[in-house]
Ligand binder design. Structure first.
Ligand SMILES: [Zn+2]
Ligand SMILES: [Zn+2]
Length: 506
């Protein structure tokens, strides 16, 4: 006898629905359990097996707990804004709202037929004003505290999606994670969330949560805390000082050159006239590369000398100043002291350009006079370091930081790899940023009682490099909330990860 799936499943699914079997009483939580899965991206038309690979076990767990008597809350939602939905809409020619709503209807139908126990009364969509008004509310709370701010910065720009991307949205080959096309660097004024203020809190939080060690390690590396020193190098023949951050102040006697990011503001000031042409050309070529390509360890090192010299504060030596794209303006101070003997990238660079490689730390079990085949990056005994020869490098590190501080040449410093979160996107399908730009008042936050700032429906949503909202009159033109004179809404929308970073509260 065959088991009549379609008959039995349809019968009981109807019963569950009619009797609201999976409705959760949120007013009387009692012995409660909140079972939350990552919400679906409704960018594709249908669910696939991979979705159920993800949701199946969580649904089983939620049922098991419910049968044990827990008051289980298991909601489902749709993470519906963002590039995939918009790119899909562009491809098919259907408005992003219509295609997303159609996809959601199909997906909901599929989920019901699978028979999972979601509380459908609590269903959530991030692309409707009832949801995204709270993105705007959160934005304004952060803005009020100085934690949402605008600055001009080099950003990743997808040449095909015509929008900026966060570093996390660029693949290791330098291409866009959504469309696979080339990502370049571009200077733009963008909105950021000041997540760097929370680096220590984020690190501390990792100690208290039950996550796999592998995941925690990825998070720690992403925050990238390192302790070291900031060292001041004076520029020869000028009053300028170049600050460098180094985790290895114990190698200061081994500095044989210095490297600035090509975009470093001092480059124009200090480079000699004969090098200006080469520097201009080099900067052009560096612009075509993303940060990920620039800092790749396998990329061949390139650079140009500026013709200027810096003075090493520990021994008064002149060191040539170069520019190279492996140094980023947005990381540390945009300048590095190069110690080829004890840093792999500097070693490769010095070998290529015939710069001195001076050993200042001797590997245990080797001789000071032995030439280095590769950079030696661990601890050892000091050599070629004046009166500190013979000391252990770890002890010397502490000592030299103190010495730099007392002589006014530097200080102890903690550095994080974490950057502020770039949240603005030049796309249509996202949450409008609740800021008005007024010719007389400047940036004016939209008052809380005027939320939501609604995304208009009638729009040319295809990417042009400018935010589509900028050319939508009904949206962009608005009186200034402060003085009433004609002003403009901010034309950008928020990164879709703003939506998903708090939906568990909603
Ligand atoms: Zn793209
Ligand atoms: Zn105004």
């Amino acid at each position: 006898m065959r088991y009549p799936f379609s008959e039995i499943e349809a019968k009981w699914q109807q019963y569950w629905e009619d009797n609201k079997v999976f409705k959760t009483d949120l007013q009387n939580p009692g012995d409660k359990l909140y079972s939350l899965v990552m919400f679906i991206y409704p960018s594709g038309a249908k669910l696939h097996c991979g979705h159920w690979y993800n949701y199946g076990p969580a649904d089983t767990y939620a049922r098991y707990k419910k049968l044990q008597g827990k008051n289980v809350f298991a909601p489902m939602g749709y993470d519906a804004f963002g590039l995939p939905a918009e790119n899909y809409a562009i491809k098919t020619g259907v408005h992003p709202y219509d295609s997303t709503m159609k996809n959601i209807a199909d997906i909901r139908q599929q989920l019901k037929r699978i028979g999972c126990m979601y509380d459908w009364d609590a269903e959530l969509m991030t692309c409707v004003p009832e949801y995204y008004r709270w993105n705007q509310w959160l934005f304004l709370q952060l803005y009020d505290k100085g934690l949402a701010y605008r600055k001009n910065a080099p950003v990743n720009w997808c040449t095909s999606c015509q929008t900026v991307l966060a570093n996390e949205q660029v693949l290791s080959d330098g291409n866009c994670e959504r469309c696979g096309n080339q990502v370049i660097q571009k200077n733009l004024t963008q909105w950021f969330f000041k997540i760097t203020d929370y680096a220590e809190e984020l690190l501390a939080g990792l100690e208290t949560i039950n996550w796999p060690d592998k995941t925690k390690l990825m998070q720690r590396n992403w925050i990238g805390k390192s302790t070291g020193a900031e060292v001041n190098f004076k520029v020869e023949g000028s009053d300028e000082v170049i600050k460098v951050f180094t985790t290895r102040p114990d190698t200061l006697y081994g500095v044989t050159y210095m490297t600035l990011a090509p975009e470093h503001p001092l480059v124009d000031k200090l480079s000699v006239p004969e090098s200006k042409q080469a520097i201009a050309e080099y900067r052009e070529s560096a612009k075509k590369l993303t940060e990920i390509e620039r800092t790749s360890t396998t990329k061949e090192k390139t650079g140009v000398p500026t013709g200027a010299y810096a003075i090493n504060p520990v021994n008064g030596e002149r060191v040539p100043i170069w520019i190279s794209d492996y140094v980023l303006l947005t990381y540390g101070t945009g300048a590095v002291m190069a110690v080829p003997a004890h840093d792999e990238r500097d070693f490769a660079f010095a070998q290529k350009f015939g710069l001195e490689i001076r050993k200042v730390i001797v590997q245990p079990g080797t001789q000071a006079a032995e030439a280095l085949e590769t950079a030696y990056t661990d601890a050892g005994t000091m050599v070629n370091s004046a009166e500190f020869n013979g000391m252990q490098s770890e002890a010397f590190k502490e000592l030299i930081i103190e010495k730099l501080a007392t002589e006014g040449n530097g200080q102890k410093k903690i550095h994080y790899r974490l950057r502020d979160w770039l949240i603005s996107r030049q796309r249509y399908w996202g949450t409008p940023i609740p800021i008005v730009h007024c010719p007389s008042c400047g940036e004016v936050p939209v008052p809380l009682d005027k939320l939501p700032v609604k995304l208009p429906y009638n729009i040319e949503f295809k990417p042009s490099g400018e935010s589509p909202l900028a050319s939508c009159k009904e949206f962009i033109e608005t009186p200034c909330p402060k003085c009433g004179s004609p002003a403009r809404h901010d034309p950008d929308t928020m990164d879709t990860f703003v939506d998903s970073s708090w939906y568990y509260f909603r």
